[in-house]
Design a protein around this ligand. Sequence first.
Ligand SMILES: Cc1cc2nc3c(=O)[nH]c(=O)nc-3n(C[C@H](O)[C@H](O)[C@H](O)COP(=O)(O)OP(=O)(O)OC[C@H]3O[C@@H](n4cnc5c(N)ncnc54)[C@H](O)[C@@H]3O)c2cc1C
Length: 275
Amino acid sequence: MSSPTTPALPSRARVVVIGGGIIGTSIAYHLGHLGWTDTVLVERDQLTSGTTWHAAGLMVTFGSTSETSTALRTYTRDLYTRLEAETGLATGFKPVGFIELAADEGRLEEYRRVSTFNRHCGVDVHEVSPREVAEMFPLARTDDLLAGFYVAGDGRVNPVDVTMSMAKGARQRGVTIAQGVSVLDVGVRDGRVRSVVTDHGTIECEYVVNAAGMWARQLGARSGVSIPLQAAEHYYLITEQMEGLDPSWPVIEDPANFGYYREEVGGLMIGLFEP
Ligand SMILES: Cc1cc2nc3c(=O)[nH]c(=O)nc-3n(C[C@H](O)[C@H](O)[C@H](O)COP(=O)(O)OP(=O)(O)OC[C@H]3O[C@@H](n4cnc5c(N)ncnc54)[C@H](O)[C@@H]3O)c2cc1C
């Protein structure tokens, strides 16, 4: 059965993107901008229904020691700022700022080095004192801190809104987005991709992009392609509303305690990483 959002699938396309999370949708959006408008994105359920809807929405440019990764981060932040003007759909980007905490000498030295490198890459990061951290995020205990590393232009986004905005931008460029369509197999002949087989028919194509997130490994394995991807569990919790918590406070990351913290609908979002 086709859902109301499932268009008739074309029988041919230059590119088929598999997966309508933020990554697949971004690929479709950027292909559209590059003129590759003969692109079909195929999502088995609805856009964002995989991992994307659950993301905490931290938009952080600080912290990478790779020039490429830092360029991707700054490009992305810029895109989230200007996407609404292009598509009419907001991304929910709020540049409330971001602070990475250093609670021991090792991290302090590491983050000072990372800051120097990140500034070289165009990230406007500054070291701030524990007192300044407390001024910006009064709920934080700061007597055990050595410093914070603050990027005023970073912050948070709504991952669903970002995806929907990019999907609209892709459609505006002529990209087809088909939801409720599962990819069953990728057809290969003479060592080349020839088609994508779905539960709504087959699309002949030249290129396939596997953007199936944590399902990408299984999808690749069906075609004998090894994708070294392993899903890791990750959680956050959101407290009841708390008196005095201000949505304009920055996002805080505290690697010594494997956590990140930000305001969410009047409560505190607490994200926890595995040690
Ligand atoms: C609790 C939590 C918090 C997070 N917080 C952040 C954060 O603050 N900042 C950040 O940058 N990242 C965060 N992440 C990570 C982020 O959510 C993921 O990296 C991102 O959403 C992955 O997007 P994706 O498009 O690769 O995958 P997905 O969103 O999972 O999309 C893959 C899509 O492929 C589809 N699919 C799979 N198989 C098929 C098939 N055979 N046919 C058709 N479609 C198929 C699925 O239905 C799915 O919609 C967080 C993750 C979690 C779990």
